[in-house]
Design a protein. Structure first.
Length: 159
């Protein structure tokens, strides 16, 4: 992404503001300031772009968008989320009725062994999500991809 048009626009706006001052001192000051302000303006634009891509990344999790510098211009690197591993036994997806998600929330108590709780918290933090948001997404992915309640590789009855 070329930042030059944005920096040039800022330079132009500074010159217009100096013209409004109506004297040569204001114009001379504006000309002296435009050079040093160019690098500050580029850094400020990069900070704004990085913050914006951080917000986009939080919404795309587990995918991400990173801002990298190529020369003096930023470039965006999009990382798509990994496709889930296919399950050994395919299941016909169940169609969700259109009115099934009415936006209401339900509360459940969920107990995890301490080692799984720690791993869950670490995974959520690594993706910039709350534990609740991470668990909601994990359950949704499991249900939407046809995950089975039994551990992979186990079928039938265990006595």
């Amino acid at each position: 992404m070329d930042l030059t048009p944005y920096v040039d626009s800022l330079r132009h706006e500074l010159a217009v503001a100096a013209e409004a001052g109506g004297n040569d001192d204001a114009r001379a000051l504006a000309e002296r300031l435009t050079g040093p302000l160019e690098s500050a303006a580029r850094l400020t634009l990069l900070d704004a772009l990085s913050a914006a891509m951080g917000e986009v990344t939080r919404e795309l999790a587990p995918g991400s968008v990173d801002v990298r510098l190529r020369g003096s211009d930023p470039e965006f690197v999009v990382t798509a989320p990994h496709a889930p591993e296919p399950f050994r036994e395919a299941r016909e997806p169940v169609a969700t009725p259109p009115d099934a998600d009415d936006g209401t929330m339900a509360r459940i108590n969920f107990r995890l062994p301490a080692h799984l709780k720690t791993r869950t918290e670490e995974a959520a933090a690594a993706e910039g999500l709350s534990v609740n948001a991470w668990l909601v997404r994990a359950v949704s992915l499991a249900l939407d991809t046809g995950a089975r309640a039994s551990p992979p590789g186990l079928t039938g009855w265990v006595h």
